[in-house]
Design a protein around this ligand. Structure first.
Ligand code: PEP
Ligand code: MG
Length: 603
């Protein structure tokens, strides 16, 4: 397996004449699935170099006109880009460019540049670059990831304006001459959105996360991508041959012949898989011995419904509603939320949609809310805790979800519930929201299913006390693992402790399932454990009723389930519960898959 740090194995004996550089393995987060092989095209996004020119007083008015013309040209380009993205991807993604347009039209910024051109008598690009540098410095000092991410927007717009002042061409990723894999420190939304799907084979960035705009765009365009590859733009040179595995988060620079052969084989296997999986799309999701399991999809944004409908043909088991809040500069009000939820619910009908209430905090922040900084954000004012402290925000979301329930099959669930008191308080707010709607005579589903996520160990242990108050449980195993082992899910240095196969986790899941069953409630998993092929037999044997996952994983999981016998999966769980270590459980799971579906491990 590739390590997080780069590793260069020694070169093979055969490369004697023209020694190829040894292969280098880099890793990051695979944010858009698929494997591609191609050459690196490095994109540098820093501001274009500018020179300082002193002006005579007579030259100042013309310089100001030149600056204004560059702003107008930038605005036109951005409007065109926004329209293009609107057509190709959707109106919501296109709205990212509204933030860019606002910067171009920012009166304060424009006035500051014009005043400085007048007072200092310097050329427009020089003054503009200095003002932008000042803005950038202020943004860099903010301890808020979301705001810091906006630095990319500012630099993107600044580079555009300066290029327009200098009459330079923009590097246009919609017009590449030949296929390439884009490598950059970071890519702006305009870079990604403009990408030509036929020529941009994939992309790699040094920074970014699954939730960055760039990653979201990559997934929407289905361009394989790995982000968070440390110093990618320094470690990779222009034209370097690359393999990008966007499924596993692996990048290989100067791959060996053997690696190329291996990955070409994987591409063929993936293609065949895809065909086979497509062919099985309409078969029931049931084990060999006839046990049915419900599969569902996780989404972050309404636009992803298209993918769910194409790939999966299933309902939505987790709609991470916080992304509606994160991606815009102001809080979405009740009407705006209603529109978003209604669109999803109507599109998905007759399938159901589980809308999770706002899970903000931890590593997801709202730049437009003035929340105090916390020493331990994952243990702090996150998810239901935040909502209970902000009834105004919570109530408008609850009303919007209830109202959306009039248009299809909606379920609601609360994230990160730790105690029964919290759950009861959340339910009180829900009743209050119902009364609000009753008073206004607004229609909603009075029998909406309500669930709670089980992602805090205390909730799993006391699941039997929570069960009477809900219709279902949804195990958020991403967090359950993090909180059970006290291992930050995002910290690679303690990744060895992030152990989904730890027997403690298996026991917590089993307790949750038993509590649900004893109250005749159903239980799902919407964390990554639901789609990890190795763990599917285990979760099946644990008696999970619904597995919810990224829509692209659904086909593979279905295929796997159809090769499993439930009684064997239950035996696997019995063995796992008795194990001492995560490694032992993992080995059992590997043996199981090796026996029933060895092709899954190769894919
Ligand atoms: C989880 O914790 O498993 C989960 C599905 O929620 P999130 O990943 O959004 O925290
Ligand atoms: Mg969670």
């Amino acid at each position: 397996m590739p390590s997080r740090n780069s590793s260069r194995p020694s070169s093979t004996k055969s490369d004697t004449a023209r020694q190829a550089p040894p292969a280098m393995h880099l890793s990051g987060s695979g944010v858009s699935a698929g494997i591609v092989i191609g050459k690196a095209l490095l994109i540098r996004r820093e501001l274009p170099p500018v020179v300082e020119v002193e002006l005579t007083p007579a030259q100042v008015p013309a310089e100001i006109r030149r600056f204004k013309r560059a702003l107008v040209a930038s605005e036109k380009q951005l409007v065109a880009l926004r329209d293009r993205v609107g057509e190709i991807i959707g109106a919501k993604e296109a709205s990212i460019f509204d933030a860019h347009l606002m910067l171009v039209a920012d009166q304060v910024l424009g006035r500051e540049v014009i005043a400085t051109i007048e007072s200092k008598r310097r050329n427009a690009e020089y003054v503009f670059a200095q003002v932008i540098e000042h803005y950038g410095k202020a943004l860099r000092e903010v301890r808020d990831d979301y705001i810091r991410d906006r630095l990319t927007d500012v630099q993107d717009v600044a580079a555009r304006v300066i290029r327009n002042l200098q009459g330079r061409e923009h590097v246009d990723l919609s017009k590449l001459d030949e296929p390439a894999i884009i490598v950059a420190h970071d890519l702006s939304p305009s870079d990604t959105a403009g990408m030509d799907r036929h020529h941009v084979l994939g992309f790699i960035t040094s920074i970014g996360t699954r939730t960055s705009h760039t990653a979201i765009m990559g997934r929407s365009l289905r361009i394989p991508a790995v982000v968070g590859v440390a110093k990618a733009e320094i470690q990779i040179a222009q034209g370097d041959p690359l393999i990008v595995d966007g499924t596993r988060g692996v990048v290989i620079v100067h791959p060996t012949e053997e690696e190329l052969r291996d990955y070409r084989k994987r591409i063929r296997i993936q293609a065949r898989w895809f065909e086979r999986i497509q062919a099985e799309a309409n078969l029931p999701t049931e084990t060999i011995d006839g046990f049915r399991v419900q599969l569902a999809a996780n989404i972050e944004l309404p636009e992803e419904v298209e993918t769910v409908k194409q790939v999966a043909g299933v309902g939505i088991g987790l709609f991470r509603s916080e992304f509606l809040f994160i991606r815009q500069a102001t809080l979405p009000d009740e009407e705006e939320q209603l529109e978003a939820y209604r669109a999803v619910v109507q599109e998905m009908y007759p399938q159901s949609v589980i809308i999770r209430t706002l899970d903000i905090g931890g590593d997801k922040f709202l730049s437009h809310l003035d929340t105090p900084e916390e020493l331990n954000p994952f243990l702090g004012m996150r998810a239901i805790r935040f909502c209970l402290s902000r009834p105004d925000i919570f109530m408008s979301q609850l009303r919007a979800i209830l109202r959306a329930s009039a248009f299809g099959k909606v379920r609601i669930m609360f994230p990160m519930v730790s105690t029964l008191d919290e759950l009861l308080e959340a339910l009180d707010y829900l009743r209050q929201a119902e009364r609000d709607l009753d008073r206004k005579g607004i229609h909603y589903n009075r029998h909406l299913d309500v669930g709670t996520m089980i992602e805090v160990p205390a909730a799993a242990v006391l699941a039997d006390k929570l069960a009477p108050y809900v219709d279902f449980f949804s195990l958020g195993t991403n967090d359950l693992v993090q909180y059970s082992l006290a291992a930050d899910r995002a910290n690679p240095d303690i990744a060895y402790l992030y152990q989904p196969t730890n027997p403690a986790i298996i026991r917590l899941i089993r307790m949750t399932v038993e509590a649900a069953y004893s109250h005749a409630k159903w239980v799902g998993i919407c964390g990554e454990m639901a789609s990890e092929p190795l763990l599917v037999p285990l979760v099946l044997g644990l008696g999970i009723n619904e597995l919810s996952m990224s829509p692209v994983a659904v086909g593979l999981v279905k295929r796997l389930i159809r090769r499993i016998r439930m009684y064997e999966a239950e035996q696997l769980v019995e063995q796992a519960v008795g194990c001492e270590t995560a490694g032992q459980v993992r080995a059992l799971c590997e043996q199981f898959i090796q026996r029933v579906a060895p092709d899954v491990l190769q894919g």
